[in-house]
Design a protein around this ligand. Structure first.
Ligand code: GTP
Ligand code: MG
Length: 473
């Protein structure tokens, strides 16, 4: 893990032509370092917290490590900047921070960063500013992860999920749960301590009720997890089916533009074409694929291999069937390949008549989850129902809302383990197992719950989480 007390600097904004670019420096020596490259009306060392200062960024006097070639002479102007001063602990990292607003574009911010590095700052690792915010106690781990989620949000729902988590909506639910479990553990432990003979304490009903209550809270917390995860990560749904059933036509209709080529000839689509649409706040990446059959040439064979791959990798599938013809052998082969994946069956070309009964499709699924929707890709009939089925597929219906929801699989995994430990604690209490065992399971549950907010996490997990961030955040 990186040291906490050195001075780190990075460009906090995305590269490219833009109005502004921000260079950030944080650490005990941040203000002195900033002063080494800043020329304004007065030095930043004399500035109060949360103040702005107009001036120039210049190449520093101090000979340092990193420098572009050729090395500019000390005092060479690099850009006109505004310096924002944040003094510890009232800053993002809880350390002294200076943010230079430079002109946008690649070079101005790049030169200011080089100047700071030359003056003695170290280039920040990805997420290192936020890591300091976490280690400084400004954010808990769930909130720090929300920062990354907010940056990567692609839909408004993903943005509000992340913002609620950053605001502590999830953390406060987790803290309340942790307190409940800790109380139950303390109660059991107190009885163990006072028990006269080893083993055999009676766990009082109030404690078993509290454990069951905590478990019910956990179950409620996890209820909307699948949907929240879909909102956070998006989902991929390939359109598959035999040739000429209207996959490309349906893909175009869902995407709302003529993205894929449509012809009356079977075998039109060879490559995989993907496009994202937003359904119930979820970024759904649809991909049109080549019709599945015995390939008639090498290009089609590659397309079919890609279609199979899309089917195997997708967590769900949109299977397009031509309803105007009886089910073909290829259809049955595709059904067999779905392997229990959540599927939506689009009975397309329903404007041409129905040669397939709904029951025939159900029989192919043999109880596996699926939805059948009659549509006409060219006529538009059934498309709203198809979108509703996709919303159901991503778990939007019946999800209890996004505030405080568990969208991060790391959190869901930890909470799942907490439930398992609580179940073991309850089972132990019911058979009057030694109190130590009940207490041990409760402590285990507490540890798992604490992983979400980072009360109990190892350094390698922190490395893994923060390395997902951008540099400068
Ligand atoms: N009447 C009618 N025709 C449709 C419908 N959907 C597609 N078609 C027609 O069916 C033919 C094949 O459509 P495509 O969308 O190219 O079918 P595909 O499944 O992508 O075919 P491949 O790429 O060859 O596998 C075209 O002539 C479409 O106009 C529909 O709902 N009703
Ligand atoms: Mg096609």
């Amino acid at each position: 893990m990186h040291p906490l007390d050195d001075d780190i600097a990075a460009i906090a904004t995305a590269p490219g032509a833009a109005g502004l670019a921000v260079v950030r420096v944080s650490g005990r020596g941040a203000i002195a370092l900033a002063d080494a490259v800043f020329r304004g009306r007065r030095p930043l060392g004399a500035a109060g917290s949360h103040t702005l200062h107009h001036g120039r960024a210049v190449w520093p006097e101090t000979p340092g490590a990193a420098a572009p070639m050729p090395r500019p002479a000390p005092g060479t102007p690099l850009d006109e900047v505004v310096a924002a001063v944040f003094r510890a602990p009232r800053s993002y990292t809880r350390q002294d921070v200076v943010e230079f607003s430079c002109h946008g574009g690649r070079l101005p911010a790049d030169r200011v960063l080089s100047a700071l590095l030359a003056a003695g700052a170290r280039l920040a690792a990805p997420g290192e500013f936020t890591l300091r915010a976490f280690l400084g106690g400004r954010l808990d781990l769930a909130q720090a992860e929300a920062v990354a989620d907010l940056i990567h949000a692609e839909t408004d729902a993903a943005r509000s999920l992340a913002l609620a988590q950053l605001g502590g909506a999830l953390s406060s639910r987790i803290e309340a749960l942790a307190e409940r479990i800790a109380d139950a553990a303390a109660e059991v432990e107190a009885r163990v301590d006072f028990a006269e003979d080893v083993g055999g304490i009676e766990v009082p009903v109030s404690v078993t009720a509290a454990i069951a209550g905590a478990d019910a809270d956990l179950a409620a917390l996890l209820e909307g997890a699948a949907y929240a995860r879909a909102v956070r990560e998006g989902v991929r749904v390939p359109l598959i089916g035999r040739p000429n059933v209207g996959k490309s036509s349906l893909f175009n209709a869902l995407v709302g533009e003529e993205r894929a080529i449509v012809t009356p000839e079977p075998g039109t689509t060879r490559d995989r074409v993907s496009e994202a649409v937003e359904i119930a706040g979820v970024r759904v990446t649809l991909s049109d694929t080549a019709g599945l059959r015995e390939a008639s040439g090498p290009i089609e064979a590659i397309g079919i291999a890609r279609a199979r791959e899309a089917l195997d990798h997708g967590v769900a599938v949109l299977w397009v069937v031509d309803r105007s013809e009886p089910l073909a052998v290829e259809d049955r082969a595709i059904a067999a390949r779905l392997a229990g994946k959540p599927a939506i069956v689009a009975l397309n070309k329903s404007d041409l008549g129905a040669a397939i009964a709904a029951g025939e499709i159900d029989a192919l699924f043999d109880g596996a989850p699926h939805r059948v929707v009659a549509v006409s890709a060219t006529g538009g009939a059934g498309l709203p129902a198809l979108r509703a089925a996709l919303a159901e597929l991503v778990g939007a219906d019946g999800a209890p809302g996004l505030a405080g929801a568990v969208g991060n699989p790391r959190h869901a995994d930890a909470l799942g383990r907490a439930r398992t430990a609580l179940a073991r604690a309850l089972a132990a209490a019911r058979v009057s197992a030694p109190g130590e065992i009940v207490a041990l399971e409760l402590r285990e549950a507490l540890g798992a719950v604490g992983e979400v907010t980072g009360r109990a996490v190892g350094e390698d997990l922190l490395e893994r989480i923060f390395s997902r961030f951008c540099v400068g955040k």
